[in-house]
Design a binder for this molecule. Structure first.
Ligand SMILES: [Zn+2]
Length: 282
């Protein structure tokens, strides 16, 4: 039996761990060849104005954290090394080298090349909302979706000299609005305002999430909870993935029961709302 392969394209160093890290750890432990491609250097989020010269150092620190995290999950790391765009409205979004401003044909081509070289069964990326409307997550969705459909087209990027290849499945990471409402309620109980989160206070938790009917695949990673936790901890400059105030009240065994599931929308082949599966491979 040939080894199954998974390729995930995620926006920032930490999205592979804080996001579906449990799913990646589970598949890697089960013998799947897991490839994790990170699009940006992740250096915009934490650089305060006036400290732009620290950006290069921060990118280096986050690169080292990422290597450790991906090793912990059991994957092979790939990087596109674009510049983190930051959240909408921040000056970093205007930078010509920011991921949101790069030449689309070139960026799609790099993902096409990865797909043709790795030949994965399954491709994973962010959904069209990027989870919380981060421009880099949305850019990842756009570029990966285009690349997924072009990689099998012999007329696309012929200069790559690689045989065309179409993966079997495309999944988008997503979560239910039932979740975000539940978390919003917990936050209010703990005295946090769920409508003004993040550094710019521009993330409204109550508006995030998709209909549970659109969550076609659910992966239970309870056995790999600690692997995900260790990979998240590797991202020390991002807070190590501590789930924040509202979760502290829930005892760990119950947290494991509640939170050890990743949910995905299936992008290809298309399925009807309400479709349910428990595996990302055909
Ligand atoms: Zn991100």
């Amino acid at each position: 039996m040939t080894q199954k392969k998974l390729l995930a394209i995620m926006a920032h160093p930490d999205d592979e761990s804080f996001g579906p890290g449990g799913t990646f750890a589970k598949y890697a432990a089960e013998g799947v060849d897991v490839h994790l491609c990170i699009a940006t250097d992740g250096a915009a989020g934490s650089v305060a104005e006036g400290h732009e010269d620290a950006r290069e150092q921060l990118a280096d620190i986050r690169a080292a954290e990422l290597v450790l995290a991906v090793n912990t999950l059991g994957g092979t790391l790939h990087r596109l090394d674009y510049q983190d765009s930051g959240m909408s409205g921040s000056p970093s979004t205007e930078h010509p080298a920011a991921f949101v401003n790069v030449d689309e044909h070139e960026a799609v081509g790099r993902v096409v090349q990865l797909i043709r070289e790795i030949r994965p069964n399954t491709v994973v990326t962010h959904d069209s909302t990027g989870g919380y409307f981060h421009p880099d997550h949305i850019q990842c969705y756009k570029i990966t979706t285009k690349a997924f459909h072009l990689a099998g087209d012999p007329n696309a990027y012929p200069e790559q000299n690689l045989p065309p290849f179409t993966p079997e499945r495309l999944y988008y990471t997503a979560f239910s609005y039932r979740w975000t409402r539940f978390i919003s309620m917990l936050m209010r109980l703990r005295g946090f305002d769920p409508t003004a989160l993040g550094r710019n206070k521009d993330i409204d938790m109550t508006k995030l999430g998709v209909s549970p009917k659109q969550l076609h695949a659910t992966i239970n990673y309870r056995k790999y909870w600690d692997v995900k936790a260790n990979a998240s901890r590797a991202h020390a400059t991002q807070g190590g993935g501590t789930r924040g105030g509202p979760f502290g009240v829930i005892p760990l065994p119950i947290r494991k029961l509640l939170f050890s599931k990743d949910t995905f929308m299936r992008g290809f082949p298309p399925v009807k709302d309400g479709f349910r599966e428990k595996d990302l491979f055909a």
